[in-house]
Design a protein around this ligand. Sequence first.
Ligand SMILES: NC(=O)c1ccc[n+]([C@@H]2O[C@H](COP(=O)([O-])OP(=O)(O)OC[C@H]3O[C@@H](n4cnc5c(N)ncnc54)[C@H](O)[C@@H]3O)[C@@H](O)[C@H]2O)c1
Length: 194
Amino acid sequence: MPTYTIAGKTVLITGAAGGIGAAAARALQARGANVALADLGPGAASALARELGGDRALALTVDVTDTAALADAVDRTTGRFGSLDVVFANAGIAADPPATMATIDEATFERVVEVDLLGVWRTVRAALPHVIAARTWQPDRSRLRQQGLPGCLRRGSRRRWPRRSQGPDRRSRRARPRRPAPGLLPGRSRFRRR
Ligand SMILES: NC(=O)c1ccc[n+]([C@@H]2O[C@H](COP(=O)([O-])OP(=O)(O)OC[C@H]3O[C@@H](n4cnc5c(N)ncnc54)[C@H](O)[C@@H]3O)[C@@H](O)[C@H]2O)c1
């Protein structure tokens, strides 16, 4: 099982002032990572950055619905620490009070999607070129070749997955055990060290 040493790496965490973000920041920094702490409002992440110590923690004011602010946060992170190795798109909200599809109002639902779905996408998109450039990890191509990525065709898939008309009937297709996507089981990593 490959291991990953976080010491000396830089991790950008959105929603860093919240419960999970702050706990992740503390744990990662204790293992030697530099942490860029992004959250709403000027003061939200600053207290955590002060607690963690100024040399390996950077507080950033970022709204993940703002593409320009995310680009600026990534620039400031790489400017400060020299690289960006990992991004944790953790910022998120939920309807408050909790609501169901039947009871939630349209504006609240759209705000949740804006932050929890598009905010994650914008965060990863802003950070990804730097994470790739850092080249700390690369996809385990042998496993990808065998199993494919969710939503992607596997190599040789046309041979193994014939057209619907030529394939097994619905019942046998339903009975086929589903193979979990790579990296989605505890202890199985989609990635390996170069
Ligand atoms: N705690 C749980 O049980 C649980 C369960 C499922 C999913 N989650 C998800 O995990 C993530 C963290 O959960 P948590 O319990 O630490 O939540 P939390 O509310 O304690 O922290 C979320 C943080 O995200 C920040 N945030 C909200 N909107 C933002 C925006 N637009 N831009 C930047 N920052 C923003 C908030 O200021 C807050 O600091 C959230 O995405 C949450 O939806 C949590």
